[in-house]
Design a protein. Sequence first.
Length: 224
Amino acid sequence: MAITLVANIGANLGAPGGTTSAINTTGANLLIVGVAWYNPSSPGALTDSKGNTWTPLTAQTGQNPDSQIFYCANPIVGSGHTFTYTGVSIYSPICVSAYSGVATSSPLDVQNGAGFSTSLNSQPGSVTPSANNALLVTFTGANNSVASAVIDSSFTITDQIAGGGGNWFGAMAYQIQTTATARNPSWTFNAVTTGASEIAVFKAPGGGGGGGTANNKWFSISGL
């Protein structure tokens, strides 16, 4: 079964954080969340309405804000699914995406990330999937001056949350590869900004090629 985007949602949660609107994650076997926060403050805490356990990837430090990706493999899913990120003076955007068809055991392949300052562009750093049919997800957090962004390298944006009123900008995008290829996508913002971006690769079942067709070969043995 090929990897497929099941559902997604984004929100700006404000200074203390908060909870997203509900989505239906039925059928997903991987949940991914990207958040950004005001870096003089401590990171917030991520929970969801289904009581799942979240694995954090390496937090990326920017001039402001910092950002981070979390994932949950083999989650409890269903309708009415909400996501909560709370803290003190964090001004966080949140982007959530849910996927089916991802490897059910140790799905994370590789990750990368980097902070940036005073730029119209941000790159998370290069990643190369270890096998074909991988899912690549990137998240960027940027200053509150940013209203929109675009991304290259054939990535598709799932959600982008405009900055403003002290709240940071956040955006998430993904790509499902057929052939394993190195990627270092570039986010381009509508205004010069600061922040941090990251990227993560998740494997298809069997480490790749999980949606392929078996090639069976039969042999005849005679003279026994």
